[in-house]
Design a protein around this ligand. Structure first.
Ligand SMILES: C[S@@+](CC[C@H](N)C(=O)[O-])C[C@H]1O[C@@H](n2cnc3c(N)ncnc32)[C@H](O)[C@@H]1O
Length: 361
C-alpha cells in the first residue's frame, strides 16, 4: 500500500470511528427487521429468563438448554451481544445485561415480553404494507388477518389466542400508565367511571384500588367484556367493577357514569370520529360530569416524541386506517367543539398526558 492509500485508509477509519454512533443508529434502522426478529426469537425461546434463573452459561450449555444446534445458536447470540442484550466475557460465558433482565426476563415486573409478542404475532406482518397504507390511506395490513370486519379488533375476535396476545400487550402498555393516572389524577368526587374501550379491565382495576369509593365499568365489545369480567372476578373486585357490552359509536353510553375515560382510545380514530365520541359523552353525562382523554401525546410542534412517531403508523396500517397520536392542541380543540368547559391538561410520565373537560353544571 502506498503512502497516499495508507493516509486515505486512516482517514476513512478515523471518520467511521468518530461517526460510530450515527452509523450504528442508521444500521439499526436499516436492519430493524433483523434486530427485531433476533429479539423476538430470544423472547420466544425465553433466553433472558433462562440466564436470569440459571445464572451465566457458556455457549454449549446455553444452546443445549435452548435446544438449538451450535451454529444457529451462535448467530442468535452474536445478534444479541451486538445490541448489548447479553454480554460474553473472556472465558466465553454469557450473561444478561441490566436492560435484558429488566425488560425481557419474566422475574421483572416491568418486562415487555407481551409487547414483543404483540409486535411479532400481530403488527410485524401488517407493517410490511405501510407503503401501500400511505398511498391508499387505508389499513391494508388488515389483509393479514382473516375476516370481513373493517378494523383489527373485530378480526381478532375470530382468533382467541391472538386476541389474548393483543389484550395482554395492551395491559402491559397500560399498566405503568394507569398507575401514573391513578396517582396524579384526582377522582375524589367521581362516583361512577366508565372506561370506553376499556379492554380487559386492568385500567379500572388499578384506578379502583387507588380510589376505594369508586365504582367503574369498561364499555367494550362482547368478547372483550368476557375477558374483562373474568379478570375482575379473579381479582375479587366484582362488587365495584363490571363490564358493559356495547359499541360506543352505535349504542348509548352507560347512563350511570359521571366520568367517562377514553384511555388509549382516541389514537384509534379520525379527529371527526373522536369529536363524535366526545359529543356522545357530553350528551350522556350529568351536569358537572367530566370526560377525560388519556394517552401518549404528540408535541404541538409535530416533531416528536419518538413514541408518537413509532405508534402512529400502526393505527394507519393495521388498527383502523384512521388514527394516529394527535397533538395536545388538537385534543383540546375537540373538547371545546363538543361543549366542554374548564379544560385542563396534565403531562404525565412516559410521554403520556391527560386532558379533562367538564360539562357545565
Ligand atoms: C387500543 S385498545 C385499548 C384498551 C385499553 N383502553 C387500554 O388502555 O389498554 C382498544 C380497545 O377498544 C375496544 N374497542 C374498539 N372499538 C370499539 C367500539 N366501537 N366500542 C367499544 N369498544 C371498542 C377494543 O376491543 C379494545 O379493547
Amino acid at each position: 500500500m502506498n503512502l497516499t492509500d495508507r493516509i486515505r485508509l486512516w482517514i476513512t477509519i478515523a471518520g467511521e470511528t468518530l461517526l460510530r454512533r450515527r452509523i450504528d443508529r442508521f444500521r439499526l434502522v436499516l436492519g430493524g427487521h433483523i434486530y427485531f426478529q433476533t429479539l423476538s426469537a430470544a423472547v420466544q425461546l425465553d433466553l433472558f429468563s433462562l440466564l436470569d434463573e440459571n445464572g451465566p452459561m457458556n455457549e454449549q450449555q446455553l444452546c443445549s438448554k435452548l435446544g438449538i444446534a451450535e451454529q444457529p445458536c451462535r448467530i442468535l447470540l452474536l445478534g444479541l451481544a451486538s445490541i448489548e442484550l447479553i454480554k460474553r466475557d473472556a472465558s466465553g460465558v454469557y450473561r444478561n445485561t441490566f436492560v435484558a433482565t429488566k425488560y425481557f426476563a419474566r422475574s421483572s415486573n416491568r418486562n415487555l415480553i407481551n409487547i414483543v409478542k404483540w409486535q411479532h404475532f400481530i403488527n410485524y406482518k401488517a407493517m410490511y404494507h405501510f407503503h401501500d397504507a400511505l398511498l391508499s390511506g387505508q389499513n391494508v395490513g388488515l389483509k393479514e388477518f382473516p375476516g370481513e370486519e373493517p378494523y383489527l379488533y373485530g378480526r381478532l375476535a375470530h382468533q382467541p389466542p391472538l386476541e389474548k396476545i393483543f389484550q395482554d400487550a395492551m395491559e402491559e402498555i397500560s399498566r405503568q400508565a394507569s398507575e401514573n393516572f391513578s396517582r396524579y389524577v384526582d377522582l375524589g368526587s367521581v362516583k361512577f367511571l366508565v372506561d370506553v374501550g376499556g379492554g380487559n379491565a386492568s385500567n379500572i382495576m388499578t384506578i379502583a384500588r387507588v380510589n376505594p369509593h369508586l365504582k367503574a365499568a369498561v364499555f367494550d365489545s362482547p368478547t372483550v367484556c368476557g375477558i374483562a369480567t373474568a379478570n375482575i372476578a379473579r381479582n375479587g373486585l366484582s362488587d365495584r367493577l363490571s363490564a358493559l357490552q356495547g359499541d360506543c359509536f352505535k349504542d348509548p353510553f352507560p347512563s350511570q357514569a359521571d366520568a367517562i375515560l377514553f384511555c388509549h382510545f382516541f389514537t384509534i380514530w379520525s379527529l371527526e370520529e373522536n369529536l363524535t365520541l366526545l359529543k356522545r359523552a357530553f350528551a350522556s353525562l350529568p351536569p358537572g360530569g367530566r370526560a377525560m382523554i388519556f394517552n401518549m401525546m404528540q408535541d404541538d410542534d409535530r416533531s416528536g416524541p419518538l413514541s408518537a412517531a413509532l405508534g402512529s403508523p400502526y393505527f394507519l396500517t393495521l388498527a383502523t386506517g384512521k388514527g394516529m397520536l394527535y397533538s395536545w392542541a388538537e385534543y383540546q380543540e375537540l373538547f371545546h367543539q363538543a361543549g366542554f368547559v374548564n379544560i385542563t391538561t396534565q403531562k404525565l410520565p412516559v410521554d403520556h398526558g391527560v386532558i379533562v373537560g367538564y360539562k357545565p353544571a
